[in-house]
Write a protein that binds this ligand. Structure first.
Ligand code: UTP
Length: 302
């Protein structure tokens, strides 16, 4: 909904983190550990997502979780006993790092809501409706890790503030043979990193794809998304799909794509997680020797 000052669209004050899924692609690792807590080296996926939302300056974070995934809330909230023990043992730097990562309830507004059954991403977002602050909302999928750049969500929210699009979805260009794995945007124009679009096609065959701009896990959505999600029937895979609600809203509101500057990794899949881990390690001096020593092994195996 446009803001009263007519300076663009209203401020994005809420970030929703859907974390209630079953993570079946990552079994057996996800049998007892939520997918969102799987680490890229030492950092759980959820931490990258929280840091991205912090960099974007949102006021409230809403985690849509599942009753069996209590470990996520335990991770997100501060553990004062653990920090005290670390300090007693002289591990002050580690304790300070844990403090920085954890949510500080005196400074940050965080809510946990439950999605009792994983009925789909759209349903998970709808579970956050009552707790969302007025105005558009950001949705961030922690298993879509975006490294590099200054934070995909920060970039998107900045673009959203001046682009005349009600829904903005993160997009990246994919190869022809990969279009059938994604939602693909029907692009009608372009202004820098923002693409104007008039629709989205879910997992098209390459010959039917309207473009090669694939939708990935960051969204800034007009608050009308909640109305469009209410009463939406299950779509692909029998799940209530966020993309169906976005498509439904296009009768009334506009859609754009945003080409973020970082590199995205599908950490919900094993190859994606491996790529992310290697890329993350390659960016840190302390892992150079390990990676260099391993490379000849890989070449020899070819
Ligand atoms: P995915 O479809 O990648 O997650 O959803 P999944 O269903 O857990 O994974 P697989 O396909 O079985 O391996 C992307 C994000 O949306 C959340 C997931 O937790 C993940 O963070 N999600 C998905 C929900 O919160 N609720 C749902 O009903 C579905």
């Amino acid at each position: 909904m446009p803001d009263p000052d007519n300076t663009g669209f209203a401020q994005v004050r809420t970030a929703i983190f859907p974390v209630a899924g079953m993570g079946t692609r990552f079994l057996p690792a996800t049998k007892a550990t939520p997918k969102e807590l799987l680490p890229v080296l030492d950092r759980p996926l959820i931490q990258f997502a929280i840091d991205e939302a912090r960099a974007a300056g949102v006021e409230r974070m809403i985690f849509v979780s599942h009753p069996d995934k209590g470990a996520i809330e335990r991770y997100v909230r501060a553990d004062e006993d653990l920090c005290a023990t670390l300090r007693e043992r002289g591990k002050h730097k580690l304790a300070a790092e844990l403090d920085d990562h954890a949510i500080d309830p005196s400074q940050e507004d965080v809510r946990f809501v439950m999605q009792p059954e994983p009925l789909g991403l759209g349903h998970a977002v709808l579970c956050a409706a009552e707790d969302a602050l007025p105005g558009p909302v950001a949705v961030i999928l922690p298993d879509d890790l975006i490294l590099g750049g200054r934070g995909a969500l920060a970039e998107m929210i900045e673009a959203y503030s001046f682009m005349n699009r009600a829904h903005l979805v993160a997009t990246m260009e994919v190869a022809d043979e990969d279009v059938s794995k994604y939602g693909i945007l029907s692009v009608t124009g372009r202004n820098g990193p923002v693409l104007m679009a008039d629709g989205m096609v879910e997992k098209p065959a390459p010959e039917d794809a309207p473009s090669r701009q694939a939708v990935v896990g960051r969204y800034v959505l007009d608050a009308s998304i909640f109305d469009d999600l209410r009463g939406l029937p299950p779509g692909a895979g029998g799940e209530i799909q966020l993309t169906d609600a976005i498509a439904k809203g296009l009768e009334r509101v506009t859609l754009g794509g945003f080409r973020f500057s970082g590199q995205r990794y599908d950490c919900g899949s094993k190859p994606g997680m491996l790529q992310a881990t290697l890329a993350y390690a390659a960016g840190q001096e302390e892992y150079r020797d390990v990676l260099n020593a391993f490379q000849p092994t890989l070449l020899a195996a070819e």
